[in-house]
Design a protein around this ligand. Structure first.
Ligand code: X2X
Length: 330
């Protein structure tokens, strides 16, 4: 009996040595549904972090901004004060907290993905990380929402004139100004409320990236027309509450970093793949695609220049220059 107890104790001790004392659960908030590439990126991070840390950290992913009562703009502020551990959200969502983050999404800033990647990997990205750290969020890695394309239920959008009077759902403040430039009637609305609003005709249209959001959230079921006008780019970032980050030792930080880098590289890859094949898929689902000509794009760009200028002032000329220099570098 004594022998048995000793053995049992020995076993328990051995087990305790190879299993983490107690796994810490971290809550990750994002504001799209559980079918998107955002969710897939978050799940990948959870899986990689558990593997890296031998199960010491468990990440629970909460979609649809559940942790901030459905308010997508509140997630960042809550992460900043440590009420949420991790956040995966897009730049436009944090502009109430850090207006500088709107720099990424200035109308027609980027011509392609290479231009985007130069800024997230360059001085512009570093500057944004510094600014977000000032709001209590340590950015681990950049991901991708993508180029935001316009859809609606009324008619094809071929020119700024076609936007006249359309009731457009938008996510954030800068897009209100851009839609006003185009003569549309913008309305700020939570993403989670947008599908029913489109379905019931409360709004006529919306704009979102094809691979990351439009396809996985089945926007084609409630919208007929799409124009890939690439008017604004929106990056994702995976951020951790700075208080949490500051409390981690160097080894653990390296594990978080590796998991975040790999998860966001994966999230960017699947978003770009889904976007590349996306228009074909949307046609099969019954959507009508208008592919704008270079002249059409020039007209949209010209029409939205007032918002570019207004928001450049809001963001600050130095920061805008970091972005334009890197976006336009060859
Ligand atoms: O709300 C949106 O449009 C979305 C999902 O793209 C963002 O979070 C900005």
């Amino acid at each position: 009996m004594i022998m048995f107890t000793r053995m049992a104790l020995g076993l328990t001790t051995a087990l305790a040595l190879c299993l983490p004392a107690s796994a810490e659960t971290l809550r990750l908030s994002h504001n799209t549904g559980d079918t998107t590439t955002w969710q897939q990126g978050a799940d990948k991070f959870a899986e990689l972090l558990a593997a890296e840390t031998g199960g010491e950290y468990e990440v629970r992913v909460f979609p649809n901004a559940q942790l901030s009562g459905g308010d997508q703009m509140k997630q960042a502020e809550m992460t900043g004060r440590g009420a949420i551990d991790l956040v995966l959200t897009s730049a436009i969502n944090v502009t109430p907290l850090a207006p500088e983050m709107a720099a990424f999404s200035l109308p027609y800033l980027y011509s392609d993905y290479d231009a985007v990647d130069r800024t997230t990997a360059g001085k512009a990205g570093d500057k944004m990380e510094e600014i977000m750290a000032g709001h209590g969020i340590h950015i681990l890695a950049w991901g991708e929402n993508g180029f935001r394309e316009v859809t609606n239920s009324k008619h094809p959008i071929t020119s700024p004139e076609d936007m006249q009077g359309l009731k457009m759902r938008v996510a954030g403040p800068m897009y209100i100004d851009v839609m006003n430039d185009l003569g549309a009637n913008p309305q700020q609305m939570q993403w989670t409320e947008t599908f029913p609003a489109l379905q019931q005709g409360v709004v006529d249209g919306q704009e979102n990236p094809i691979g990351a959001v439009i396809i996985p959230q089945r926007v084609y079921e409630v919208q007929k027309y799409i124009t890939p006008w690439h008017y604004s780019y929106d990056p994702l970032f995976l951020g951790i509450s700075k208080a949490k980050w500051d409390g981690l030792d160097d080894e653990t930080r390296a594990q978080f970093q590796k998991a975040a880098d790999e998860a966001m590289a994966y999230q960017i890859e699947i978003s770009r793949e889904a976007t590349a094949e996306g228009l074909e898929y949307l046609k099969e689902q019954g959507m009508e695609v208008y592919e704008p000509t270079p002249e059409d794009l020039a007209a949209f760009k010209e029409a939205t220049q007032p918002s570019f200028d207004k928001w450049s002032e809001e963001i600050g000329a130095d920061i805008v220059k970091l972005f334009t220099d890197e976006a336009n570098a060859q």
